[in-house]
Design a protein around this ligand. Structure first.
Ligand code: NAD
Ligand code: DAU
Length: 352
């Protein structure tokens, strides 16, 4: 079996659902259930004996140690993190607590348990750390996309905390021989994403006839990947990745934010006609320190492990918009008081 952390969040829940569906291997899911974690996302697994959910913190050595001793997982996939850049600007402490200290405590607990395993089990074990392309900083328009050799240059408290975690993972391999794997992925989108990030926020606001708040000039570029393709990449790295290695994951789908919002409006006009969605676009004050461009060179992953994304940006966005239109119950479950507090804090008077 495997242990995942943060499996009630956006990517972790997609990964857990796909894992049971595609591998059938038992999975234990440890999640603190912060505002971003949602058991409703795991509802299809309610009666599934191969999935066990445990509420808890990756920074709790007693709990994590007990789970490791009890289940003896062959791998751990660490999704648990604070993940929203704007929240890291308003309040960085939680990012240091979970992404830096939490990852450190998790590594240390895993190392203690792993050191006691028979050699064969210790060699076969994998610690897969899910990270981001933001650790590499920002690209100029003509720069080559980030490779695994790109220097780390994180610019936000979020990306700095993820970079620190990546360095700890690297050190635990180099110093102690822990069989780690790290993936650095570009921006994900798809079902089950909390509507604070660009794509779900725009879809949800557009459906409700609310303003679509575009930061700055809307020309910042991100490299978008459908979440199911990211989950497939993680499975490929878990199966065939070389311990100690890092793998960039990206969809070759660079888009300016305004073009992303335009695509959402176009698809909505087709699937839910009756409103002039594009007229809702509103330019608001820019994010402080806003990275201009991310792009990923995923050729190592393609070449060495044969991974390819299945969705194009157009097909993935159609699936995503359709999913949000069809899932108001999930949406109502996640847009609680905390959600409204965040929206009024971040978008006060439409000017941020
Ligand atoms: P998310 O914010 O949707 O979910 C994070 C999950 O982690 C939540 O369920 C939350 O409850 C849980 N969590 C937070 N702190 C915890 C703790 N201390 N102990 C246990 N659980 C805790 O995040 P996501 O978008 O699904 O991202 C998952 C991972 O992928 C993160 O590590 C993120 O840095 C990385 N990543 C995300 C993207 C993206 O575009 N979303 C892209 C590349 C990498
Ligand atoms: O690159 C991978 C990263 O992508 C992940 O590691 C992060 O966890 C994830 O949050 C994401 O970070 P971004 O900052 O790129 O994503 P976000 O959806 O917050 O913003 C995408 C772009 O859209 C960015 O240029 C800011 C802009 N934006 C965002 C919001 C929320 C707006 O213009 N308006 C908005 O309201």
């Amino acid at each position: 079996m495997i242990l995942v952390t943060g499996g009630a969040g956006f990517i972790g829940a997609n990964f857990t659902l796909a894992w049971i569906d595609k591998t059938g291997e038992p999975i234990v899911n440890l999640d603190k259930l912060t505002y971003a974690g949602n058991l409703g996302s795991l509802a299809p697994l309610r009666a599934e004996a191969r999935h066990a959910f445990v509420r808890g913190d990756i920074a709790d050595p007693a709990l994590v140690g007990e789970l490791l001793a009890q289940h003896r997982p062959r791998a751990l996939v660490n999704f648990a993190a604070e993940t929203h850049v704007d929240r890291s600007i308003h309040g960085p402490a939680a990012f240091v607590d979970t992404n830096v200290v939490g990852t450190f405590r998790l590594l240390e607990t895993v190392r203690t348990w792993w050191s006691s395993l028979p050699k064969e089990d210790a060699d076969a074990f994998r610690f897969l750390h899910v990270s981001t392309d933001e650790v590499y900083g920002s690209l100029a328009p003509d720069d080559h996309p980030f490779t695994e050799q790109s220097a780390y240059a994180p610019n936000s408290p979020y990306s700095a905390s993820k970079a620190a975690a990546d360095h700890l993972v690297r050190a635990y391999h180099h110093t102690y021989g822990l069989p780690t794997l790290t993936t650095n992925c570009s921006n994900n989108y798809g079902p089950l994403q909390f509507p604070e990030k660009l794509i779900p926020l725009m879809i949800v606001n557009a459906i409700a006839g609310k303003p679509l708040p575009v930061y700055g000039d809307g020309r910042n570029v991100r490299d978008w990947l459908y979440v199911g393709d990211h989950c497939a990449a993680i499975r490929a790295v878990l199966d065939g990745g070389v311990p100690g290695a890092t793998y960039n994951v990206g969809g070759d789908a660079e888009m300016a934010n305004l073009d992303v919002v335009g695509t959402i409006c176009r698809i909505l006009a087709e699937l839910a006609p009756g409103r002039d969605y594009a007229s809702l676009v509103t330019f608001v004050k820019d994010r402080p320190g806003h990275d201009r461009r991310y792009a990923i060179d995923a050729s190592k992953l393609r070449r060495e492990l044969g991974w390819r994304p299945e969705e194009s940006f157009e097909s993935g966005m159609r699936r995503t918009v359709r999913w949000y239109l069809d899932n108001d119950a999930w949406l109502a479950g996640v847009t609680s008081g905390e959600y409204h507090r965040w929206i009024s804090l971040n978008y006060a008077s439409g000017t941020r």
